[in-house]
Design a protein around this ligand. Structure first.
Ligand code: ADP
Ligand code: MG
Length: 698
């Protein structure tokens, strides 16, 4: 068997391959594009295309595709083969620079939120040379951005790249002020930790709710859940281990730095974390990881559930977005330095994040809002819907010392202007204790913990990058050209701490008392649901900021707002319809059949002795009958609630009606059906139960 270093990245047209296959000047030119964002020359593109095709064909590829991330949340691809006919009736394999740089998928069926009139439904895809091409299923996949013909973004990659460019621009201004001349670019790094569930494919196939919605809509709590804490970090079962081994291998071939794997808190729940990398690559890799997880699972007779809340009563799945800023020279701008000057720089970048998270807490909340994630946030298994930041006691004390002008007791030497001489080393142990915070400083990076497991990480990082770019811009505007840089810097850091310390909270984020304090005393936003938060993306301050940094146009924001709400509505309506269908055609008939058989048993017994009391049976039949009646009326009420949605005047109205009415009716139906499950003999129950699903993989 080949060793990992031998096959790692073997399906990627990466730097090593480019260096080997491209003429030096083409390689250098492409490298400049990748590293410094210099525009790609079209003559370079055709040489690259040729080399890429030869490499791909040699590695078994027959097709190519522009691989993109439309607003559906998953990736899309349309395959074209490389073949071109020759005069003698044969074919050759062809791929031009133009085909590499731009594609034209018929995009009329992708969500556009009214951006694109259907008569001009064609969008175009444009190569993102900062993310490597790779081979998947004999197809050369070219990571691309997806836009309408007027340039409006129809995908998640375009705004992500724009947000990275915005942050780069402003961070460079700041670094210049600190006398840093050799740095050419600043990028953000992300390491997303991905949670997921693995269940048996055979059982999955028997559950319409899982097949249509990715989560269970019914299911009584099993006798055992996660209360024993015996699954977390527990021994990995052989079937799961085999899945993980193959998953790693497939990901490594694709150059994904899969690193850590372990069991998570809930039974059947697991996690995979890669080593961090540049944000847009991390985003592509996370999309690939989610896709490959499902493919590999199928090969092992399993299904990988990426839904945020596949099972009620046990933890759902999230995605921790570990985020930092780094220079092209390899300096992490969120790592405390060794000299006071480096520390001042660190504190400034830290403050930029504090200010960003406070000023744009609503955008961060919006960036993770989906119907699925609404089940997790604030449910004592994930951070609350209120955004706050954990800095740890040490760093909080440093900031307090700066704000008040009192000496920081941890600093051994005399105080400099900034109030801290040499910062203590914030090692993980002191910074990572609090797992309940939505946004935690963990030594040299921030961990944004509100993302749902199925979310594309693009959305969160777009908002984060843009918000931090805005803080940095405000700082740079103020500091450029001042006579006394140190004093101005000190004052600005002090002001940031004073103005934004309300966002810092080191306590238990799951505590009800915190939510009260956060909203009532600190004035932080608490948008509990998707319909509550989404419309705020169009608040003036948000539009001004995002448009100001050219991350979105106002039209793009309006279309995204609409799509996110539509998505919410469609998701819940599909769930509700699935429930009605399952309750009518599977659950009610099963309960009926059981009750009828019990009644038959009573009749049979009474043939033996007409006076037998049959108390147990009678009571059971009455209870079952009461439940079927209740189920029937719950179905009617849910159907009525769904019917009323047709009266909604717009998508905001519809989403609100779903939040206020449909979800409640779904819940009532579920409760009745779950009670019925507990009363019905197992052999009558029409699909696998929670016990079967959660403990079924050996
Ligand atoms: P934990 O579960 O304790 O949070 P993990 O090791 O599972 O830790 O995940 C930590 C993630 O953070 C990994 O993906 C890791 O690569 C990433 N990470 C580490 N340093 C940085 C950094 N400077 N910037 C961004 N991500 C980072
Ligand atoms: Mg983590």
């Amino acid at each position: 068997m080949r060793s990992v270093p031998d096959y790692f990245g073997c399906l990627v047209f990466n730097d090593k391959v480019m260096k080997a296959k491209l003429p030096t000047e083409v390689y250098e030119s492409l490298k400049k594009t990748r590293e410094e964002g210099v525009r790609l020359d079209s003559s370079v593109a055709s040489v690259v295309a040729d080399a890429m095709k030869d490499w791909a064909v040699a590695n078994g590829a027959t097709h190519f595709t522009h691989w993109f991330q439309p607003l559906t949340g998953i990736t899309a691809e349309k395959h074209d083969s490389f073949i071109a006919p020759t005069d003698d009736g044969g074919v050759i394999m062809e791929f031009s620079g133009k085909e590499l740089i731009q594609g034209e998928p018929d995009a009329s069926s992708f969500p556009s939120g009214g951006l694109r009139a259907t008569f001009e439904a064609r969008g175009y895809t444009a190569w993102d040379p900062t993310s490597f091409a790779f081979i998947k299923d004999k197809t050369l996949c070219i990571p691309t951005a997806f836009c309408a013909y007027n340039g409006e973004a129809l995908d998640k990659k375009t705004p992500l790249l724009r947000s990275m460019a915005a942050l780069n621009k402003q961070a460079l201004r700041i670094l210049k002020l600190f006398g840093n001349k050799e740095v050419k670019s600043v990028h953000t790094n992300v390491g997303p930790e991905q949670e997921y569930f693995l269940i048996s494919k055979e059982m999955y196939e028997q559950r319409p709710d899982l097949k249509f919605t990715g989560r269970t809509l019914f299911g009584a709590k099993p006798p055992k859940g996660q209360e024993m804490d015996d699954h977390y970090f527990g021994a990995i079962k052989p079937k799961v281990a085999a899945f993980m081994a193959e998953l790693n291998e497939e990901l490594w071939k694709l150059g994904v730095l899969a690193k850590t794997e372990h069991n998570e808190v809930a039974p059947a729940q697991h996690e995979l974390a890669p080593i961090f990398t540049t944000t847009n690559i991390a985003t592509d890799h996370n999309q690939l990881t989610m896709e490959i997880m499902q493919k590999v699972a199928a090969k092992h007779g399993l299904v990988c559930l990426l839904h945020e809340k596949p099972f009620a009563g046990v933890n759902g799945s999230g995605k921790h977005n570990n985020w930092s800023m780094a220079t092209n020279t390899g300096i992490n701008l969120l790592a405390p330095g060794a000299t006071p000057y480096e520390n001042a720089q660190f504190l400034l970048f830290l403050c930029a994040v504090i200010k960003a998270v406070d000023d744009y807490q609503d955008l961060l909340r919006i960036s993770v809002a989906t119907a699925g994630n609404d089940h997790r946030l604030g449910a004592n298994e994930a951070p609350p819907a209120v955004v706050s930041m954990f800095l740890g006691d040490e760093l909080t004390e440093v900031l307090e010392a700066i704000e008040t002008g009192n000496p920081y007791k941890g600093a051994a030497k005399t105080q400099l202007k900034l109030g801290v001489d040499v910062l203590p080393k914030f090692n993980r142990d002191t910074t990572d204790r609090n797992r309940t915070s939505p946004f935690a400083f963990t030594g040299n990076k921030f961990e944004f913990r509100m993302l749902g497991s199925s979310n594309s990480i693009a959305c969160a990082n777009i908002m984060l990058n843009a918000a931090v770019a805005e803080s940095l811009k405000i700082y740079a505007d103020r500091l450029e050209g001042v006579a006394d840089f140190e004093t101005a810097l000190h004052e600005m850091i002090k002001k940031t701490i004073k103005d934004h310390k309300r966002i810092i909270f080191n306590g238990n984020g799951y505590d009800e008392a915190w939510i009260k304090e956060a909203t009532e005393q600190r004035g932080l936003c608490n948008y509990r649901t998707t319909p509550d938060c989404i419309p705020h993306v169009l608040d003036k301050k948000n539009v001004d900021m995002l448009v100001g940094h050219k991350v979105f146009t106002e039209t793009e924001l309006k279309s995204r707002c609409e799509i996110q709400l539509e998505n919410y509505c469609k998701t819940v309506v599909i769930e509700a319809n699935t429930m009605v269908n399952m309750a009518k055609t599977l659950i009610a008939p099963a309960v009926e059949a059981y009750a009828a058989d019990v009644a038959k048993a009573v009749a049979a017994k009474r043939l033996v002795d007409a006076n037998l009391p049959c108390k147990y049976e009678s009571k059971l039949i009455k209870n079952l009958s009461a439940l079927t009646d209740r189920i029937a009326s719950c179905i009617e009420e849910l159907e009525m609630a769904l019917q009323e949605l047709h009266e909604a005047k717009d998508v905001v109205d519809e989403a609100n009606a779903i939040r206020d009415n449909v979800l409640e009716k779904m819940n009532a139906l579920r409760i009745a059906c779950d009670e019925a499950e507990l009363l019905t003999a197992k052999k009558y129950w029409p699909f696998p139960t929670y016990s079967d699903l959660l403990f079924g993989v050996k």
